[in-house]
Design a binder for this molecule. Structure first.
Ligand SMILES: [Mn+2]
Length: 327
């Protein structure tokens, strides 16, 4: 039996679904059974591949860094940051690879890159249900939700599984998710299995508890929501809840407590016109000024001491109250 090794982006819904899609394609298109191994990868400073990783008959990398060596037959990604260095990028641009490689930085997910490529090159289509799943993955991976309800009420299986995979530190859980998705080819059917329905209920309950905590500890002044959860250890945070509770909030700043640290989570309301038009404060930039980082509408800063976190929180609130300056 041929051996397939599938490397993918860990703790990520897009990565895990991409692996399932690829396995479904290989099995159905080539009418074969494979010995399959799933290997999660995480971004870390100094990450690089080692040729000894790619000893299977078929080596696949999905939703992760460009491999830059000839032992990988399939590589699909959409991350703009996929190339580790300039030489790798040149190699790829000069078609210096053997195999099926596709990089689409404008795509909302790797699943859509896979779908389009397999359709064009092999005339292969996934089932209607899997295509619906690919749409969900794209919405979730690009955070283009029509409203905060989707990620707060978690009524649909896709956001539920996305949250479960994102929070889990357990690689076995991701492997089980992929295996079950390959077998059932339906998140709807998976969500009715006792193992997964229990997990889905747990994260829904956790979220309702968090909503209560936020309600009790949120103060809104000048459209800025200040949420102090610094007295209770966080069990995962959901940055959409403030906007779910009050859609007029423009910024939400939350103090979170973890086992050995504190964190400020800062975001701008992605459904507010000021944020959509880029007229709000640049959250990532603001966080960076205080030692953290992020994107235009969401960011975070970590601290070891609570008093430092509180001091920074006050400084940021002061800046948020001022009119943003265009840079
Ligand atoms: Mn992705």
């Amino acid at each position: 039996m041929e051996k397939v090794k599938l490397f993918y982006h860990n703790h990520c819904f897009d990565g895990a679904v991409s692996v399932a899609l690829m396995q479904i394609f290989l099995q159905e298109y080539y009418h074969k059974k494979y010995f399959v191994e799933y290997i999660p990868l995480v971004h870390a400073p100094g990450f690089s591949y080692d040729k000894r990783m790619f000893v299977a008959d078929i080596n696949v990398i999905l939703d992760f860094v460009y491999p830059g060596c000839c032992e990988v037959q399939w590589w699909f990604d959409h991350h703009p940051t996929t190339f580790l260095n300039h030489e790798d990028r040149k190699k790829f641009e000069n078609n210096n690879y053997k195999g099926h490689y596709q990089w689409s930085p404008a795509a909302d997910s790797t699943t859509i890159v896979i779908k389009d490529y397999l359709n064009k090159k092999f005339n292969f289509s996934f089932s209607k249900e899997l295509n619906k799943l690919i749409d969900w993955v794209s919405i979730i991976d690009s955070a283009c939700f029509s409203s905060p309800e989707i990620m707060v009420e978690i009524l649909e299986p896709a956001p539920a599984f996305a949250i479960i995979l994102g929070l889990s530190q357990n690689d076995e859980l991701a492997s089980k998710f992929i295996k079950d998705l390959v077998a059932l080819q339906s998140l709807e059917k998976m969500s009715r299995k006792p193992y997964w329905s229990k997990k889905i209920n747990e994260i829904r309950q956790q979220n309702w508890d968090l909503i209560e905590d936020i309600k009790e500890n949120m103060q809104i002044i000048n459209r800025i929501a200040v949420i102090n959860l610094g007295n209770k250890e966080a069990n995962g945070y959901n940055k959409f809840i403030p906007y779910y509770l009050d859609s007029t909030i423009l910024y939400a700043i939350t103090l979170l407590k973890y086992e050995n640290s504190f964190k400020i989570s800062l975001s701008a309301n992605p459904w507010d016109d000021m944020v959509i038009n880029g007229e709000s404060h640049d959250i990532g930039k603001l966080c960076k000024e205080h030692g953290g980082g992020g994107h235009f509408a969401v960011g975070g800063i970590s601290f070891t001491e609570k008093k430092d976190a509180q001091l920074t929180l006050e400084l940021i609130i002061k800046t948020l109250k001022e009119k943003p300056v265009k840079s």
